[in-house]
Design a protein around this ligand. Sequence first.
Ligand code: SAM
Length: 443
Amino acid sequence: MFDSFISSFLMKSFLSYVEHLHNIVSTVLANGVTPALANSIDIALDGEPSKQLRSTVKLSDLRRSGIFFTPSHLRNALAERTISTLSSKSVVVDIACGVGDLFIGLTPKLGKGGDLSSTLELWGKQLIGHDIFMEFVNAAKLRLVLAGILQGHQSNIAIVPDLDLLFPGITARNGLLCADSIERATHIIMNPPYTKVTPPQDCTWASGKVNAAAVFVDFCVSNASNGTKLVAILPDVLRSGSNYKKWRSQLEAKAEILETECLGQFDKHADVDVFILELEVRRDSSMRDSKLWEPAADGQHFKVRGKFSVHVGAVVEYRDPHEGKTYPYLTPQNAPPWATIWGLEKQRRFSGATFTPPFVVVRRTSRKGDRYRAVPTVVDMSEPVAVENHLLVLIPHSGELGDCYELVEVLKMEETSSWLNQRISCRHLTVSALADLPWWERQ
Ligand SMILES: C[S@@+](CC[C@H](N)C(=O)[O-])C[C@H]1O[C@@H](n2cnc3c(N)ncnc32)[C@H](O)[C@@H]1O
């Protein structure tokens, strides 16, 4: 799957990043979490490995190798669907784990010990992961230690533990030869490579080259025990492509398909639409519902969170001191409804989270019976903005202003106000209501 030039180049370039992670862990263990280190940990856990790869390896080479680490909005979507059935006895397997992003999303729900080392030991019993690159495996382990530290587990470790002993189930192996790991899983999570590969010789659902993601899912479902839950981020062609009809129907014979949800473009670098597949392995599955693979006619299959992350403005005016850097300051009073702003006179010092345009803000206060339940303003500025907490902030995953205007069109539709009226009767729009809002098909 990988040519040797890319492999050796990748390893070299990523090795220095693994050293960087090692340094952060070592400094935090020695000195505790200072505000500057907390910031470095946040960055390391949210997209930094992908940026690092892109800065040294050409995008075309990354595409060819299928190496795209899951961005946090997709990792959260997968975690949301997995977490409800997790317990401290669960064993979670990812056979193409990269630098551990999917595991990191689940750590708040894994076992908790009395201190950092016992928590990491518990996680080590619950997590099994494989990747063909040792550098990724080591990065995954160091990032899991950082996740443990960030969650406030009392540190009782003085130096970075030996990576070979830490998380013994996370190893450098070809995941497609790891049936032994799959058999132990109560949960399988995955965002596998999407490259074109030759299917295994005994493959009954395809001939010729196929998307590797289909092979990974088939391998897992064929080797997992009854009752194992699988949640996967997959290329949309597997859900919708006629070439994968046989793959879908063979999957339905081995598993109950619980839900599929379209999530839109993976990120702005990987130009591929993805969906989430949630299933439970059932050898005797007699459930056949081909509708589960299709987008619903009313567009409910695809939600706002497929295109935007939704946040609450961070400034609480009466509470937050006027300290820190000065930012343009957006409140419901200077955000004109249904309009675009290119600049703001009002400014404020603030030391909390700010938002970088383009984005859309929506007023949180909204009453049942209002003509429009969600009233937006588009912000098209070049500098970060402090936003008051009576506004919800919707940031396009694509970073594109065009997506902001598409959202405005969706919010203007009658279907949106009726859906919000049904979903929430209170006077405040919530983050989850806006994130779950269907992305209605427009004429
Ligand atoms: C799309 S990336 C996703 C990584 C990770 N699951 C995530 O969500 O961030 C796919 C990963 O699969 C790894 N990979 C490719 N073929 C593999 C194989 N046969 N066995 C194990 N890992 C593999 C790549 O090195 C890469 O890290």
